[in-house]
Design a protein around this ligand. Structure first.
Ligand SMILES: Nc1nc2c(ncn2[C@@H]2O[C@H](COP(=O)(O)OP(=O)(O)OP(=O)(O)O)[C@@H](O)[C@H]2O)c(=O)[nH]1
Ligand SMILES: [Mg+2]
Ligand SMILES: [Zn+2]
Length: 307
């Protein structure tokens, strides 16, 4: 007799995987032989994948992953040239939360743009969280990321000290699968603990180095949320980086550039020196922020080896 169920892979980087079942149990499982062969040596399964599990009555302790359900999205590190394919860091994410602090550490709009471009290149919607709102006057922190808000990204102001913004952010995170990203020390783990007290994530300046020392393979890990949904703490965008993004793809990773791209005089316009460039005209007219344009040039140069 065989029992079967479905679940979501929450941890593991090959070999044994931790799966959170639809019954709310956390079980260990390995891929069934047939599935392994289909993978052609590549790591086919990733954290976030929905899977079917089966268990034989004779081996009641061991679950086998018998099927991987189709993905709705993936945050992937693509290898250049496509020779080694890609490595999926987290599958089936609904959104990325890019967290910065209003202060301590100081926020950097150009660094935020880098995170946003990585999310866009992976086809994931992004939400900006400005944490530690208790440290800075609201109009000051709103001004820092005003260009990104104007580009259409939702912005949350939060503080774990005052509780500001917590209910609104929780509403956007519950029942979804989200990855948190952002610089060290901005309060990502603190925020998750404040939103969902049962999570008990490690906080403090050393959290990440401690984690790296404990696990030789630092992979993504999903935390199930009490009322449904999952959250991945740090690993995510930073690990994926700009790796494998094509230089020609960068302009379309700026949502406010997209309606302009068809209007450039040259189809292969790279929006730097060409005459009749609709993007540069919009920057000069003040319709597109010069800071965002600066990020575009910088990231593109980095990908073409000029940066
Ligand atoms: N004043 C203030 N301090 C905060 C707030 N949120 C977090 N902190 C403090 O900021 C420090 C860093 O918080 P963490 O949650 O460890 O930051 P993190 O982003 O998870 O850092 P890494 O894991 O290193 O990436 C801790 O000392 C927190 O107490 C806030 O809203 N206001
Ligand atoms: Mg942390
Ligand atoms: Zn152009």
């Amino acid at each position: 007799m065989t029992a079967s169920t479905t679940g979501v892979v929450v941890q593991g980087t090959g070999g044994v995987w931790e799966v959170y079942t639809e019954q709310g149990d956390r079980v260990s499982a390995s891929m069934r032989g047939r599935l392994k062969h289909e993978a052609h040596g590549a790591l086919k399964l990733a954290v976030g994948d929905r899977v079917t599990l089966a268990r034989d009555a004779q081996h009641a302790e061991t679950w086998a992953i018998t099927d991987i359900h189709p993905r709705t999205s993936k945050l992937a590190r693509r290898m250049p040239g496509g020779r080694y394919g890609e490595r999926v860091v987290v599958a089936n994410l609904d959104q990325v939360l890019v967290v910065f602090a209003a202060a301590r550490p100081e926020p950097h709009p150009r660094m935020l743009d880098r995170f946003l471009v990585i999310a866009e290149a992976n086809g994931l919607s992004a939400r900006i969280v400005i944490n530690k709102a208790d440290l800075v006057a609201p109009e000051v922190s709103a001004a820092v990321f005003a260009d990104q808000a104007a580009a259409g990204y939702p912005v949350h102001h939060t503080s774990i000290r005052t509780g500001e913004g917590m209910d609104a952010l929780r509403d956007e995170v519950e029942h979804r699968s989200s990855a948190l990203s952002g610089p060290s020390g901005v309060g990502k783990s603190s925020l998750m603990n404040a939103l969902f007290p049962g999570l008990d994530l490690r906080t403090g300046a050393v959290s990440e180095s401690v984690n790296k020392g404990r696990h030789t393979t630092v992979g993504a890990m999903l935390h199930p949320l009490p009322h449904g949904g999952f959250i991945a703490d740090t690993p995510g965008l930073r690990e994926v980086g700009l790796w494998g993004i094509e230089a020609g793809q960068v302009a379309s990773c700026f949502p406010e550039f997209r309606p302009l791209l068809e209007a450039c005089r040259f189809a292969d316009c790279i929006h730097t020196v060409e005459p009749g460039c609709a993007v540069r005209e919009a920057v000069e007219a003040g319709d597109v922020s010069s800071g965002r344009y600066e990020s575009y040039v910088k990231l593109r140069d980095e990908l073409t080896g000029k940066g």
